[in-house]
Design a protein around this ligand. Structure first.
Ligand SMILES: [Zn+2]
Length: 154
């Protein structure tokens, strides 16, 4: 449900601050950008999870990505076409505004995260080691089984 303090359902903000729109999505510049060019791709319909988007919205999201990413890469001098796409979902992910938004973050070799070399990736590596190879193998088998039962694998 949309809340009163949800800026992504606020028509005034959306109409005045969108940097790109199509029928189903709009793009806002992040009010606290991590690096120059950090924007948010947001569905016009209030949903919290990407899995709630319908197939038409997915098509428009794809169209928006194809339209927006090359522009950001050029405008913000991304090196080697570098960028991050990040979606946070649920309160334990770091999601702040509970209206789906995808961070699009152009990257270059001189940006402020290069020296810290992406704490995110370090943490991903660490937790995988922490849980061990057995855990990883078990989860692969488990999830293969789950998806096979649902008939959603090849
Ligand atoms: Zn909303």
């Amino acid at each position: 449900m949309a809340t009163e303090d949800d800026p992504f359902c606020n028509a005034e903000i959306v109409n005045s601050e969108s940097v790109y729109t199509n029928r189903r999505f709009f793009v806002l510049y992040n009010i606290r950008p991590t690096v120059p060019g950090h924007v948010l791709l947001i569905p016009k319909r209030h949903v919290e999870h990407i899995t709630e988007l319908d197939s038409e919205e997915m098509r428009y999201m794809h169209a928006a990505l194809k339209a927006v990413i090359p522009v950001l890469l050029k405008e913000y001098d991304a090196d080697d076409s570098s960028y991050n796409l990040i979606i946070q979902a649920g309160k334990y992910s770091g999601m702040s505004i509970r209206h789906l938004h995808m961070h699009i973050i152009p990257r270059n070799k001189t940006d402020r995260y290069q020296k810290r070399n992406n704490a995110l990736y370090t943490d991903i590596e660490r937790s995988r080691k922490g849980l061990g190879k057995t855990h990883v193998k078990e989860q692969i088998a488990r999830l293969k089984n789950v998806f096979a039962k649902r008939g959603s694998t090849r």
